[in-house]
Design a protein around this ligand. Structure first.
Ligand code: CP3
Length: 346
C-alpha cells in the first residue's frame, strides 16, 4: 500500500501498472508563473534557494496551480559547485556566472571537499519542509546535475556555446578532467543520498550538456560517472531518472546504466526511442517546450500525438523535452497537463 494519494510517477518509473500517464515539467517552479515572480521580487535567486520557507513555497506552486503529478524541489544544479568554492552569481540577462573558473590541476586540488549535510543542509531542510506540506499528495523529486554538466559550468565560468575551456581540458589535461569528474561524482552521490534520507521519493540527474560530446568522449567523460552515482543510490530503493539531453546516439548505452528512467529531448521520436531501449527502462518526455507557445487546441493535438507514439503500456512519464520557457502562458502549461490526464486514461 502506497502512502501517496497519487504515486503514478513512482509506478510508471518502475513500469508497474498505471491508470493514466503521469505528467510533470522540468523547471515547473519558475518564472512563467506570476506567483513565482511575486516571491522572487526583490530577492536574489540564491537567497530563494537558501531560504527553505521560500524554496518550499515555490516548489508547491505548480502542484497547486498547474496540477502536475510530482513536485521537484526548488534549487539549482549549481549549488554543488557553489559549495565547492565556485563564486556564483545568476545574472538576469546572462544566466549563471562563475567568477573563479577551474582551469588547472591546482585549481581542482583547491576545491573544497564537501559534506552534503553541513554544506547543503539548506536544500535538505527545504526537502523536509516540502514533504510536510505536500502531505503525500504527490511524490517529491530530488535532483542534481551530472558530473560532466557541472564540469562545463565550473571550467567555462558559466554557460557556453563552444565549450572552449572544458573541451581543451579533456583533450590537453584528461587527468585533471577525470580528477574533477571523480570529485564531483563523490559530492553528487553524497548529496543525492542525503536528499533521499531527507524525504526525496525519486531522483533526476540532469546531464544538460551531454549533447556537447561525441559518443566516444561521452563514454569516457560522461557515462562512467553517471553509472557510479546511479550505483551508489541502489541501496536506497528510489527510482532514478537520467536526463542526458540530446545524447540520443548513446540511448542503448544509457539504458544499461542502471537508471530506471531515461529522459528524452524532443529531437527523437518516442516510438523510435522505445523500440531502441526495449523493455529495459521507462522513458520520460518529450514534447518540444516551444510548442507551449501554440494554442491550447494545438497543444492538445500534440499531447495526443505523443501519447499515441507510446501506446497503452505503462513506463511513460510525460514531460517537456527540456525546461518550460519563462514567457509561456501558465494556461498553456495547464492545457498540456489536462490533456495528458484526459487522453491517457487506460
Ligand atoms: O525544475 C524545477 O522547477 C526545479 C528547479 C530547477 C532550477 N534549475 C531552478 C532555476 C532545476 C531542476 C534547475 C536545473 C538546472 N539549472 C539545469 C538543468 C536543467 C536544464 O535546464 O538543462 C541547468 C543547466 C541549470 C543552470 C541554470 N540555472 C541556468 C542555465 C540558469 C539561467 C537560465 C535561466 O533559465 O534563467 C539557472 C537559473 C534558474 N534555475 C532559474 C530557476 C527557476 C531562473 C532564476 C530566476 O528566478 O531568475
Amino acid at each position: 500500500m502506497s502512502l501517496f494519494k497519487n504515486d503514478l510517477i513512482l509506478r510508471a518509473a518502475r513500469r508497474e501498472p498505471v491508470e493514466r500517464t503521469p505528467v510533470w515539467m522540468m523547471r515547473q517552479a519558475g518564472r512563467y508563473l506570476p506567483q513565482y515572480r511575486a516571491v522572487r521580487e526583490g530577492r536574489s535567486f540564491l537567497e530563494m534557494c537558501k531560504t527553505p520557507e521560500l524554496a518550499t513555497e515555490v516548489t508547491l506552486q505548480p502542484v497547486d496551480l498547474i496540477g502536475v503529478d510530482a513536485a521537484i524541489i526548488f534549487s539549482d544544479i549549481l549549488v554543488i559547485p557553489e559549495a565547492m568554492g565556485s563564486n556564483l552569481e545568476l545574472i538576469e540577462s546572462k544566466g549563471p556566472v562563475i567568477y573563479n573558473p577551474v582551469r588547472t590541476a591546482s585549481d581542482v586540488e583547491n576545491l573544497k571537499v564537501i559534506d552534503a549535510v553541513s554544506d547543503l543542509g539548506y536544500v535538505l531542510d527545504a526537502i523536509r519542509m516540502t514533504k510536510k506540506q505536500l502531505n503525500n499528495r504527490v511524490p517529491l523529486i530530488g535532483f542534481s546535475g551530472a558530473p560532466w554538466t557541472l564540469l562545463t559550468y565550473m571550467v567555462e565560468g558559466g554557460s557556453s556555446k563552444s565549450f572552449k575551456f572544458s573541451k581543451s581540458m579533456i583533450m590537453d589535461q584528461p587527468k585533471t578532467a577525470h580528477r574533477l569528474l571523480k570529485d564531483l561524482s563523490f559530492a553528487i552521490s553524497d548529496y543525492l543520498i542525503a536528499q533521499v534520507e531527507a524525504g526525496a521519493d525519486i531522483i533526476q540527474i540532469f546531464d544538460s550538456w551531454a549533447s556537447a560530446l561525441d559518443p566516444v568522449y561521452y563514454e569516457e567523460f560522461g557515462l562512467p560517472y553517471i553509472e557510479f552515482i546511479v550505483d551508489s543510490l541502489k541501496v536506497l530503493d528510489v527510482p532514478v531518472i537520467v536526463f542526458a539531453k540530446g545524447a540520443n546516439a548513446s540511448l542503448e548505452r544509457l539504458s544499461k546504466s542502471g537508471a530506471h528512467v531515461l529522459g528524452l529531448d524532443w529531437t527523437i521520436s518516442l516510438a523510435e526511442a522505445k523500440s531502441r531501449v526495449g523493455n529495459s527502462v521507462a522513458l520520460q518526455g518529450n514534447m518540444d517546450p516551444s510548442f507551449l507557445y501554440s494554442s491550447p487546441e494545438s497543444i492538445e493535438r500534440e499531447v495526443k500525438r505523443i501519447l499515441s507514439l507510446w501506446g497503452p503500456e505503462t513506463g511513460h512519464i510525460f514531460n517537456l523535452g527540456h525546461g518550460i520557457l519563462p514567457d509561456v502562458p501558465p494556461d498553456h502549461a495547464k492545457a498540456m497537463v489536462n490533456a495528458v490526464k484526459q487522453f491517457s486514461v487506460r
